[in-house]
Design a protein around this ligand. Sequence first.
Ligand code: RIB
Length: 310
Amino acid sequence: MRTGKDIAVIGSNMVDLISYIRRMPREGETLEALDFHMDCGGKGANQAIAASRLGSRVLMLTRVGNDVFAANTVDNFARNGIDTSHVLTTEASSGVAPIFVDEDSRNSILIIKGANGHLSPDDVRDAEDDIASCRLIVLQLEIPLETVYEAITLGRSHGVPVLLNPAPADPDLQLERIRGCDYIVPNETELAMLTGMPTDTLDDIHRAAAVLRETGIPNVIVTLGEQGALWLSDTGERHLPGIPVTARDTTGAGDAFIGCFSHHLVRTGDVERSLELAIRYSADSVTKRGTQASFATAEEFDSVLQDLTD
Ligand code: RIB
């Protein structure tokens, strides 16, 4: 029987090992970190959790390893109301991400894909009926590219819109194989990688985004951190401003944005309003420490929105 969920997230899960540091150690140096926090992470899982906390019905297709981390990851999905019937197990380590957050709240992330590297095009085909009954497919690049391409093809063949967050930037991503997406949501770094163009200034970003749109993807959305987001579509260009906040930890802010945007897009179809809300949700997440720990529930986000209007 089909699940009929709102959103199918096909992507990664990781265990985030977050060290809060003054500065990165130099080669050969041992430094004491200020603090440590372990959280559930991975771009796919983060986006799924954000959308689910806001009230979307989310299906997650992902692979966990056969280690101590796996059960906690699956429990975390279930606790957050996510359909785990397509969470698969692999004879490998789970995905792990050592993360360093400095005193200016900037992060550096290493990812060890582990089981995520085994999520295959066959896994997508095996879940075809359930994915096809969703209203949006959400993808990122912490799984094999062939799996991403297969999910785009599947979405197209069933008329399910596809959103691709091309993160982390991957030089092997083939533009001609992602043309079937309806939404592409890169940050400046990923946009530079996708187009081979500079993205140092807002003018640069406008130019690069316009070139990306010429590939035929109807909606190009560039996330700009504290500067908000830029949206290009056949209705023109819109720069939606950022929300000034005091950042404590920016880990997962892009995923908070995608999860919130996807949730509101599916509910309303209003891209501009969904972007405004995603900017606010993501800004709220950077005021708190941790990855998924910083993602608000629907009730918490309502009060954030209320505070912003007061
Ligand atoms: O986008 C943030 C995420 O990137 C972290 O949760 C980490 O796991 C990596 O996937």
